[in-house]
Design a protein around this ligand. Structure first.
Ligand code: GLP
Length: 251
């Protein structure tokens, strides 16, 4: 049997408190190493996390100018200047407001003519420059991490993935009316994510309660890709009360 670890779970009152806690952890990593290589995430959960980080920078308590990062994923078919591309998300929420150098933010190209070749290039680049000091993760309502949908294997690497219908529906809120949500993405695999030195997952809101319970208390397996985090020895999970509501084994 492979070893199973227990993530360190912190439950706070609400999403603003979760965002402050996550930003403080990221800030500590960068204070320890101002040139740290970070693994970064997108999604609604990260917007207030990055706003908190930008506030720490604005107070003069931190600089992200020398930090470099690898993002988890990108939609296939969205150009970098499309407002819903993850490249545009990172520039709007982190590079601009928190002073990260956009040239140091690596994200797969959603416009590569051969998306699987782009995925392989990205995996090799991360293997050469990694491991990341800290991988930040959100959690899909269906238990995905990055875009590793249910069914993803623990040994998966960066690849082209087809989004689950629930993910397409969940993410439709970010797109304009009548605008199609991409159905494919390039995503780091589960094994790529598990190669980080340390992992920090943030989940907030009642919509995540089922996935949080499956991640922490369900079987470790591909039905809930986030459950594979229990195969990594250094995982922190920050939840608000709403996201933690389904847990039966709270300390
Ligand atoms: C998205 C991203 C994930 C993110 C998750 C949760 O589709 N690919 O990296 O963590 O889904 O998103 P949100 O924070 O908007 O709920």
């Amino acid at each position: 049997m492979p070893e199973e670890y227990r993530p360190a779970v912190t439950v706070v009152d609400d999403a603003p408190a979760a965002s402050r806690a996550a930003a403080a952890i990221i800030a500590d990593v960068v204070r320890d190493d101002p040139q740290a290589l970070l693994g970064l995430a997108t999604g609604g959960t990260m917007i207030p996390v990055y706003a908190e980080l930008a506030a720490i920078v604005a107070r003069g308590e931190l600089s992200l100018a020398q930090v470099a990062s690898f993002n988890l994923d990108e939609y296939v078919g969205l150009p970098p200047d499309h407002p819903q591309s993850y490249r545009a998300f990172m520039e709007a929420h982190l590079a601009g407001p928190a002073g990260m150098d956009p040239a140091r933010i690596e994200i797969p190209s959603g416009m590569a003519p051969d998306p699987q070749a782009e995925a392989d290039r990205y995996e090799a680049l991360l293997a050469a420059r990694g491991p990341v000091a800290l991988q930040l993760l959100g959690l899909g309502g269906n238990g995905h991490i990055g875009f590793n949908e249910p069914g993803s294997a623990i040994d998966s690497r960066t690849r082209v993935v087809t989004l689950d219908p629930r993910t397409v529906a969940d993410n439709a809120r970010f797109f304009g009316q009548g605008e199609e949500v991409p159905h494919q993405a390039i995503s780091m695999g589960v094994a790529t994510i598990l190669s980080a030195r340390r992992i920090l997952l943030v989940a907030t809101g009642a919509g995540k309660a089922g996935a949080v319970r499956a991640m922490l208390e369900g079987p470790v397996g591909p039905d809930c890709p986030a459950s594979f985090l229990r195969r990594h020895p250094s995982v922190q999970v920050i939840l608000d009360e709403a996201a933690a509501a389904g847990l039966t084994q709270r300390e």
